[in-house]
Design a protein around this ligand. Structure first.
Ligand code: SAH
Length: 443
């Protein structure tokens, strides 16, 4: 999400005559787009901003800005830690960055004292419609592109800072999204990932159901119909958004591939309730079964938080059991991070760090075993792979993804980038597969 927001800001800046440099040391202006989901991300961003501000000692014209979720979350209090910041811009004001930089540069050219930090953390109606510029349309083709379809979240999970940083759910008009996707495809994009804090809620306030289908599924169908688009993905969804229409979509829309991300967070009903997650261990399990019935080849990933306040050994055992039972091929495993201002921050029985650490490690080991085993099962099979980018090394290798969204490295000429290639899998690690293109002789 942040990458996408940054790309949209970069695209606006380029249109305004600013140029991107490869190397941070060469930059006259550095903007940090920040995350606030966990404390670690915030600490990293603060450290980085403080480090950058030191460059002002040698170059008073050097400008540093902090954008996005941490700016929104911490607000002007951040200036106690970072008094030299030039720009502080929240999540609904990304599109204002070019104006603000122009202003800062104009004041710099005058003589007076250093201007105060320029701050804009306000809400803005329609700001969800402003994340739309793309590198590929300005520049080189992007085989895989992100399209932001909505902003904000109304679920109020008790651990989560997102309702504060991103605000209420607001969706972009379907027509605009389709137009943006068409333009991307015309510029060489072959895979689109739809983005939002809770994509499955797309348009549920703004747009009506049609033929029993939610606005999100209607949007998937519209985009699925675009010729030239080979794959269609979305993140992040909420399990509560998987009604029959979206389950059926995984059967009926082949461009969705064979992959579903289904954040479960915990396998204990008690903890799920405390998290304000509106499903139970059993209803989650049934959802996985329904999805597997609709599309038997699905690969699953999930998000899990260990060490949520009140999580006993029993609660964790329930999570571990569900985790093993579903058999996720991939998972984002987090240690609970207290976010000031969320209900969970006030809950009793906060879990000691070493306990959370041990639980995290335990799930990590289960995951690694499972991923490796599932990857090894693919050895000898032929997979349809979208060739997405040159691998960093060695030269001549490409990186692509299977329909189950597993990474595959394979030797192939760059002209195959953007194409679906049949690749025979020859090797597997926990994180990726290796393979070779199936030649015409084999076909
Ligand atoms: N919309 C998704 C969440 C996306 S945020 C959903 O709730 O279904 C990505 C992940 O970060 C979350 O799924 C959660 O696992 C993790 N996360 C969010 N807040 C956290 C916190 N306070 N501590 C640790 N992990 C957190």
């Amino acid at each position: 999400m942040n990458e996408r927001d940054s790309e949209a800001v970069a695209s606006l800046l380029r249109a305004r005559g600013y140029a991107m440099v490869e190397d941070e040391a060469q930059a006259d202006i550095v903007l940090l787009n920040t995350c606030a989901v966990r404390d670690l991300a915030e600490q990293k961003a603060i450290g980085k901003a403080a480090y950058l501000n030191k460059r002002k000692r040698h170059n008073p014209r050097f400008l540093v800005g902090v954008l996005g979720c941490m700016a929104q979350n911490r607000g002007v209090d951040l200036l106690d830690r970072l008094p030299d910041l030039d720009l502080l811009v929240g999540t609904q004001k990304f599109h204002r960055v070019p104006d603000y930089l122009d202003n800062l540069l104009a004041t710099q050219n005058g003589q007076g004292p250093r201007p105060k930090t320029l701050v804009d953390l306000d809400a803005e109606e329609g700001s969800q419609n402003e994340i739309r510029g793309h590198d590929s349309v300005d520049n080189a083709p992007q085989i895989s592109a992100y399209v932001s379809i909505m902003q904000g979240c109304n679920m109020h999970c008790t651990f989560c800072i997102v309702p504060k940083t991103r605000g209420e759910e607001r969706s972009r008009p379907m027509e605009e999204i389709v137009r943006e996707a068409e333009e991307l495809v015309a510029h060489g994009t072959r895979e689109i990932t739809l983005l939002g804090q809770i994509v499955t809620s797309y348009g549920r306030r703004e747009f009506p159901m049609a033929g029993g289908k939610s606005p999100f599924v209607q949007l998937l169908e519209r985009l699925h119909a675009l010729p030239g688009l080979l794959r269609l993905r979305f993140t992040s969804p909420h399990p509560g958004g998987f009604k029959t229409d979206l389950i059926d979509a995984h059967r009926d829309l082949p461009k969705l591939g064979e992959y579903v991300h289904l954040p479960v967070q915990s396998g204990s009903d008690k903890i799920l309730r405390a998290m304000n997650r509106p499903y139970t261990r059993d209803s989650y399990r049934r959802l996985v079964e329904k999805l597997r019935a609709a599309q038997p080849k699905l690969w699953f990933s999930t998000d899990i938080i260990v060490g949520f306040p009140g999580e006993t050994d029993e609660d964790f055992a329930a999570t571990r059991e569900l985790f093993e039972e579903v058999g996720f091929e991939m998972a984002y495993l987090f240690k609970y991070s207290t976010r000031t201002g969320t209900p969970a921050a006030e809950m009793p029985d906060q879990i000691p760090a070493d306990v959370a650490e041990a639980r995290h490690k335990e799930l990590m080991m289960i995951l690694e075993k499972r991923s490796l085993a599932r990857h090894r099962e693919l050895i000898g099979t032929t997979q349809e792979v979208l060739a997405q980018e040159p691998a960093k090394r060695p030269a001549g290798r490409l990186l692509g993804r299977t329909r189950g969204y597993r990474k595959v490295f394979f030797d192939a000429p760059a002209r195959l980038l953007g194409e679906l290639v049949d690749v025979r899998i020859t090797g597997a690690t926990v994180a990726a597969l290796a393979g070779e293109v199936v030649g015409k002789d084999d076909a």
